[in-house]
Design a protein. Sequence first.
Length: 313
Amino acid sequence: MDQNIESEILEKRKLCKVLKVFKIVSFIGIFAPFVAFMVVSRNGYELDSAWLLIPALFVGGFFLFSYMETNKLKDLKELMGQYVVRSVLGERLQVIEYMPNGYTNEAFLHNCPILPSFNNMDGSDFIHGIYRGVEFTFSDLTLRTETKGSPDGESLGDNVANFKGQLIMATSHKNVNGFVHIQERISRRMKNEKKSGILSRVLGSENSRNSFMTGNASFDNRFDIYASDSQLALRVLTPQLMQGLMGLEGFMEIQIAGNMVAVAIKNDRDLFELSNNGRDNGDMEEYRQKFRNELSDILKVIDVFGMNTDLFQ
């Protein structure tokens, strides 16, 4: 990578850290005058009303530095994505399109059967590429449901993250006449969370009863399977595919229908990001290796379907 680009990335990284410090200081400063007022009042002194302007200044500073930090982080994300992440992607796949700050369009996501309902979203790292003859798209996603508080203030608003993870869509070479829906059961660790997906609600899968059993006890204990046709499910869910799915990590929901395989992985991760403990020492190889490992996790999912079914052959 060009030394000038690398230096620019590191400078933007440092600037983002400085703005974050200023933002934190501004937030603390909002409350500092009130603490000072309480201390002074206890000692019998009075403060001029002009002191009340100080919190307002800090509030303004907090929003200003937050705005600046957000914009600089987007600039850094774009620069890092185009000159570092894109080169890592090119090592393993043919990149058709890559948008560091982009994601799959919202209209599509609202109709995706393996995602929960939402009214607020953000995402990043939209990838459209070809890997081992398989055309696919990928993006990091965070889907939320936001509710507003009542005007009288009796009830407060809420912001619940329904999904944070990755969505992978792969175009198969064969058309499936029907659908096979695979939903990972809620683990004990996640027993207080609701399952995601439109089909899970329609079919009432919260009771974790399979509408279709594969005969593989380990697989049936981990996944609920729904299919438009049992013979179709048997053809798609080969022993090799089931073994491959068992080896993947993350809370998964999968839909195989038409000429599309969709995989939603809820793992609370955001891939291809600068880590908070990254060292600004002028050596980007640390980040390249991190991105290579994350890319391998994505391609492993595609390999499971590409190598263990005839959908992509």
